[in-house]
Design a binder for this molecule. Structure first.
Ligand code: GTP
Ligand code: MG
Length: 247
C-alpha cells in the first residue's frame, strides 16, 4: 500500500528559499515510490511574494499546495495546516523553509515511522547532531529554551524539544485537539511535544546538523520568546493538574 505523506512548511518572507527547497523535496519524492508525498506551504500572506512563487511551483509540480492565512505566527500556521490535512494522510513531516532542515533526511524519518515510532525528531542535541557556526548568543538562547522545556515543562525524555523538523503519525495527531493549544508562535514546538509525550507516543530522535540560513532573515521575535517562557510554566501547571486528576 502506498502511504500518504504531507510535508508542511510554514513560511513568512521566504521568497529566496522556498523555490530551491520545494525543488529538492519534489526530486526526492520521485525517488520514494512507496510514498505519495504532498507538500503544503502554510504562508502568512508574506509581502515578499513567497505565495506567488509557491503557486507557480504548484503549476509545475502537482504535489505542491498553498494554504494562505493572516500573519498569526509559526505555531498558528502549523495548527491551520495540520488540521487541514491530518485526516487525509498517514504521516505529517514539519520543517522550516530556510534549508536549515536538510530534505535528504526525509527517508530516515519515514523509515523510523515505518519501524513503529509515532514521532521522529531531528535532534541537534544528540550524538551526531549539531549547530556549526552558531554565535554564542544563539547557542545560549537555544540551550535555555531546551533546558526550560525539559526541566520546567517536564519533557525530560527528549533532547531537542524545540526542533521543528519532525515526522508525526497522523493517528496520534487525531487524538489531540491542536486548535485548543493557545500557542501562536515558536512555543508550538513544546506545546505539541507535551501533547505527544502525554499520549505516550513512541518518540525517536535522529541526529540533525542544523546549518544556519544563508538567505533571508530570522523570524524569531521577542514576543515569541516571552510566549515560549510563559508556556513552559503553563505546561508545568497542566502536568500537575493532570497528575492530580489522575490520582
Ligand atoms: N506562516 C508563518 N511562518 C513563519 C512565521 N514565523 C516564522 N515562520 C517560518 O517558520 C520557519 C522557522 O523560522 P526561522 O526564522 O527560520 O526560525 P529559526 O530557524 O529559529 O531562526 P534562523 O536560524 O535565524 O533562521 C521558517 O520557515 C519561517 O519562514 C509566521 O509568523 N508565519
Ligand atoms: Mg531558520
Amino acid at each position: 500500500m502506498v502511504k500518504n505523506v504531507f510535508i508542511i512548511i510554514p513560511t513568512y518572507n521566504e521568497a529566496e528559499n522556498v523555490a530551491p527547497l520545494l525543488e529538492q523535496i519534489h526530486t526526492l519524492s520521485t525517488s520514494l515510490p512507496e510514498y505519495h508525498i504532498d507538500i503544503l506551504v502554510a504562508d502568512d500572506s508574506s509581502p515578499d511574494g513567497t505565495a506567488e512563487l509557491v503557486l507557480s511551483l504548484a503549476q509545475r509540480f502537482g504535489n505542491v499546495h498553498l494554504l494562505s492565512g493572516p500573519k498569526e505566527g509559526m505555531g498558528a500556521a502549523y495548527i491551520r495546516a495540520i488540521s487541514a490535512v491530518a485526516n487525509s494522510c498517514h504521516v505529517i513531516i514539519t520543517m522550516d523553509a530556510d534549508l536549515s532542515h536538510p530534505p535528504l533526511m526525509i527517508p530516515q524519518f519515514l523509515e523510523k515511522i515505518d519501524e513503529g515510532y509515532d514521532v521522529v525528531i531531528g535532534s541537534r542535541y544528540i550524538e551526531g547532531g549539531g549547530t556549526p557556526g552558531w554565535s554564542l548568543t544563539r547557542q545560549l538562547i537555544s540551550y535555555f529554551a531546551n533546558a526550560m522545556a525539559r526541566s520546567i515543562a517536564g519533557l525530560y525524555s527528549v533532547h531537542d524539544c524545540t526542533s521543528s523538523y519532525r515526522a508525526i503519525r497522523t493517528s496520534l495527531l487525531r487524538k489531540i485537539s491542536l486548535e485548543s493549544l493557545s500557542t501562536k508562535g515558536y512555543a508550538f514546538a513544546t506545546a505539541s511535544l507535551w501533547e505527544y509525550v502525554h499520549k505516550n507516543a513512541k518518540i525517536y530522535e535522529i541526529p540533525l546538523i542544523f546549518h544556519d540560513r544563508t538567505k533571508g532573515a530570522t523570524k524569531l521575535q521577542y514576543s515569541d520568546m516571552i510566549e515560549y517562557f510563559f508556556n513552559c510554566f503553563r505546561l508545568r501547571l497542566k502536568s500537575l493538574t493532570r497528575n492530580t486528576t489522575e490520582r
